[in-house]
Write a new protein. Structure first.
Ligand code: TRP
Length: 329
């Protein structure tokens, strides 16, 4: 059995891309592994959320996670800031991380470009905090998307450096969890690229049916195929890809054939796509709202999760302190 750690920033509301790209795989994963799923609410501070928003954001993401079927009876579901051990491991790992390598991290360079007015040290050491999250539970596997691969690579470097420096084989070097063929890249509605929160091209799990219909009807298409058998444009291909995950195979086939025969009406395709997305998201949206109004339950989940996470975390920290040479008098 492998130990898996996965974090999601508390600023990110879940969209269809998260659901089909990752979370649906987590549901299988949680039954086969020792999983730690947490909400990264320390990482969220790098963008300075207002204190009035922070708690609500955390609660929203937690409810969304659980509504998708993450089972807190099976996996350890917790809030990062409920586990103070993470800040100590972060401090210790900072001594092994070099400023040069942190400055060369792609995500840091992006941030300098995107928010030049707020290049805080937390952004620079973001990969160290992430490494602390992962190494804390001595994970072997981390399910990450492309954008997080470099951070995982750095986690491996820090683990190896720690092991070398203290001549131990304490931290495993975690690998990306490979979903193989099941790894789906879900496109957005704006004609190109992946669905993402910041791209503004997504359908969120909590979107109402009206919002979903509006977003899908506005999705980018083209002027239609001119010759039979013509390849669909990128934008139309994206709609077919979305359809392939939410609709039944006959529906997809029907529209693909209409396209190939130059008889397609994109309005019909979009209407169908919107209804099929709603069929998938509606039960999740109801569950999100149910959970949001059950504060007692959410409180139980996070306190139980923190308790379980802290058992694992305090053991690691005890051993790490011993290895580093902190000894009792
Ligand atoms: N950096 C990740 C993201 O932006 C979130 C994250 C924080 C994470 N700590 C982690 C992911 C540990 C996996 C493991 O999505």
């Amino acid at each position: 059995m492998e130990t898996v750690v996965s974090g999601i920033r508390s600023t990110g509301n879940l969209h269809l891309g998260n659901y089909f790209g990752a979370i649906r795989n987590f549901l299988k994963m949680q039954n086969e592994n020792n999983c730690f799923f947490f909400i990264a609410d320390y990482h969220a501070l790098t963008t300075h959320p207002h204190p009035d928003d922070l708690h609500g954001n955390i609660k929203q993401v937690l409810a969304e996670y659980l509504a998708c079927g993450i089972d807190p009876e099976v996996a350890t579901v917790f809030i990062q800031s409920d586990v103070p051990e993470v800040s100590e491991l972060y401090l210790l790992l900072n001594m092994l991380a070099y400023v040069g390598e942190l400055e060369r991290t792609a995500s840091f360079k992006d941030k300098i470009r995107l928010q030049p007015g707020n290049v805080n040290a937390g952004l620079l050491t973001y990969p160290v905090l992430m490494a602390a999250d992962i190494l804390m539970h001595r994970a072997n596997k981390v399910p990450v998307g492309k954008d997080q691969e470099q951070h995982l690579e750095m986690t491996r470097h820090f683990a190896r450096r720690f092991n070398m420096m203290y001549d131990v084989t304490y931290f495993p070097e975690p690998d990306a969890y490979n979903f193989g063929k099941q790894l789906l890249k879900i496109p957005g509605l704006n004609g190109s690229g992946k669905m993402g929160k910041s791209e503004g091209n997504g359908v969120f799990l909590f979107d109402t049916p009206q919002e979903i219909r509006k977003k899908v009807m506005r999705a980018v298409t083209d002027t239609g195929p001119l010759t039979p058998g013509q390849q669909p444009s990128e934008a139309v291909k994206n709609l077919f890809t979305l359809m392939s995950v939410v609709s039944d195979p006959q529906t997809l086939k029907y529209f693909e054939e209409k396209h190939a025969a130059c008889e397609i009406r994109y309005g019909d395709l979009k209407k169908q796509l919107a209804e099929d997305i709603i069929t998938v998201t509606e039960p999740i949206r109801f569950r999100i709202n149910e959970l949001l109004s059950d504060n007692r339950y959410l409180a139980t989940v996070v306190s139980r999760g923190a308790e379980k996470a802290r058992i694992s975390a305090s053991k690691t920290l005890r051993e790490v302190r011993e290895i580093i040479g902190y000894r009792p008098f």
